[in-house]
Design a protein around this ligand. Sequence first.
Ligand code: ATP
Ligand code: MG
Length: 257
Amino acid sequence: MSELSIRNLHVGIDGKEILKGVNLTVRQGEVHALMGPNGTGKSTLAYALMGHPNYQVTDGEAWFKGQNILDLAPDQRSHLGVFLAFQYPVAIPGVSVANFLRTALNAQRKAHDPADKGIPIPEFRKLIKERMELLRMDLNFAGRYLNDGFSGGEKKRAEILQMATLRPEIAILDETDSGLDIDALRIVSEGVNALRNPDLGVLVITHYQRILNYIKPDVVHIMMDGRVVESGGPELALHLEEHGYDWLREKIETEPA
Ligand SMILES: Nc1ncnc2c1ncn2[C@@H]1O[C@H](COP(=O)(O)OP(=O)(O)OP(=O)(O)O)[C@@H](O)[C@H]1O
Ligand SMILES: [Mg+2]
């Protein structure tokens, strides 16, 4: 059993410091929720953990399986088992969902076994069909270009389909609930729950308690101004739903740093 351990992470964009010392640990087997007002750095944390080149890590570490993943290239982080479902998935016209998934899966297999010849097509077809049925996606999606013309909710499902195919060990879901209709939210959440296992740690970034009714968190963290300022149990998300963030702002202002 391992854990993603983020220590004193500082990240800047274009020289502006956004993350100002994030400390956060997500153990495999646990679900953590990360909440917080708009623009406080939640997506920045997700991008920095995956190695997006625009996000400059100026200090801190993020350990997983004995490695500081911040030293690794994005594909190495992925092969180590770290996965990000994007808040705003990008379209890749010309690359079908099936092709994309098979290429990603084969790269992952090869990273683990250089002699791997790739997943046989029939086996891949079976896998992707199974996973798409789990997420109640129309099988036609496999042949469509990735996210090209997908509705907001379809893009979110496609992100979880990637997760279901790659079976990560640390999954960061950045506002996977946004844009999902009520039924889709339940289906996608059930899909994530079906993937839960003792080796999977999940960080659910969300604004709303609703998804947490389905994907039950062990711990809820609140980020403000580039730091995790409060952590607690699931009741913390309920408290936020009712009271907003002002109480926390006041608490931070009156507390010595
Ligand atoms: N390229 C950029 N140049 C300058 N500032 C940026 C850039 N990208 C992000 N930021 C700023 O970084 C801050 C953190 O953004 P981030 O996307 O991490 O917030 P967030 O917590 O995910 O917000 P939301 O809840 O709205 O998704 C914001 O103030 C944003 O404007
Ligand atoms: Mg965001």
